[in-house]
Ligand binder design. Structure first.
Ligand SMILES: Cc1ncc(COP(=O)(O)O)c(C=O)c1O
Length: 378
């Protein structure tokens, strides 16, 4: 456990890292330093404190975590904005057709973005291979599913897609920081992901973009922002940009970037590998116990960092569990998710959570009226 690196809510077990990772201890100090630098040096801080280079500096750190080259990753904007940029870039690299293939259980926001760009063909996870054919331009997938935590076989799918001339775009939001990744080895074309879940970057911390080097020359960004220009401060009338810099749009959000930079100190490949193997053990224990007392728990063979179950009174169940000290979340209409990240959750916590769930089930505690009043953010 690296629990001493995190600030955790008192007397609670934090099982919501799949939604918003807990703060690291270093985060508050890093944000305070930005505020002090800003107060003392104002605009000079862009140079003095190296703020201007943060999209690349953080990109290099994330490249190490995802098995990419340092010049293949930048940090900027939000995940869905980045998805828009890379999907548009991938589509424009393809001279054939207008079809994006995806799964119907993909994250809804990703589907909204794709539908705004091209014709979207939806298939089930187990129908993917039979629909990978020459009519498809781009395959857009999420590696770890936000609902059931199932993991897609990234390398195999990419290789098969490439045999058909398809480019692949992956959303790694539920993978980065908890599932070992090797984008180079897995032949990924483009990827995006968020940093506020398993990387604990803080609320709204900026997302990242991965673009395989082989596309750097021909790819273009649909958002040609001034910060993506090769010489942003030259204010030339012609747009010129190279490499992954093409995907940077406007002024980086420095407070969030610095918070993320501090959080990234906790992570390296070894930490993630270890966390992943313990996560597997915890998930197995949790899933087995929940099945034993009759819960409808998802049990995919390969899993990410959370365990999910459905319940007719899912919302109230999640409120009862939070009240009992286990911070989880609810997704409409009936899903409850529990993060089992061993960086800040112990086996004792898992066992205590199982006992509480058993109690809530056996006593129909979810029927209490106080747990049935909907909150704005769940
Ligand atoms: C798979 C996936 N993609 C994207 C996002 C969010 O994107 P954004 O950071 O743009 O809000 C989430 C958020 O939960 C997600 O689960």
């Amino acid at each position: 456990m690296l629990a001493d690196k995190f600030i955790l809510p008192e007397c609670k077990v934090y099982m919501c890292g799949h939604s918003l990772g807990p703060s690291t201890k270093a985060t508050a100090a890093a944000v305070n330093t930005v505020l002090q630098d800003f107060a003392l040096h104002g605009v000079s801080s862009w140079n003095k404190s190296g703020w201007i280079d943060l999209p690349f500096i953080l990109g290099e750190k994330i490249a190490e975590l995802v098995g990419a080259n340092p010049d293949e990753v930048v940090v900027c904007d939000s995940t869905v904005v980045n998805l828009f940029k890379v999907l548009k870039a991938a589509m424009s690299l393809q001279s054939r057709g207008n079809i994006i293939l995806t799964t119907n259980n993909n994250f809804p926001a990703d589907l909204y973005i794709a539908e705004g760009i091209a014709e979207v063909k939806y298939v089930r996870d187990n129908e993917l291979y039979q629909n990978i054919d020459d009519t498809v331009a781009v395959l857009m997938l999420t590696h770890v599913n936000y609902r059931d935590s199932s993991v897609l076989a990234m390398k195999d799918i990419n290789e098969y897609a490439h045999q058909h001339g398809i480019l692949t775009v992956w959303d790694l939001s539920h993978s980065i920081g908890i599932v070992p990744l090797n984008l180079e080895n897995s032949s990924v074309d483009f990827a995006v992901g968020c940093t506020y879940k398993y990387l604990s970057g803080g609320p709204g911390s900026p997302a990242f973009i991965y673009a395989n080097r082989k596309h750097h020359v021909l790819m273009q960004s649909a958002i040609q922002g001034w910060m993506g220009h090769d010489r942003p401060l030259a204010f030339e009338s012609e747009y010129a940009s190279s490499g992954v810099r093409k995907f940077i749009s406007g002024t980086p959000a420095i407070l969030s970037m610095k918070a993320l930079e501090a959080a990234l100190e906790v992570f390296d490949k070894e930490v993630i590998d270890k966390a992943y193997s313990i996560t597997k053990k915890y998930s197995i224990i949790l899933i087995k116990s929940m099945k034993d007392f009759g819960m409808e728990v998802y049990a995919p063979q390969n899993r990410g960092g959370h365990v999910a179950f459905t319940h007719k009174h899912g919302y109230a169940f999640s409120r009862a569990l939070i009240d009992a000290g286990f911070i989880c979340d609810y997704r409409a209409p009936d899903l409850v998710r529990l993060c089992v990240n061993p960086l800040y959750i112990s086996l004792d916590d898992i066992e205590a959570c199982i006992e509480q769930m058993r109690f809530i089930m056996e006593n129909a505690w979810y029927l209490k009226s106080e747990y049935n009043q909907m909150q704005k953010v769940t």
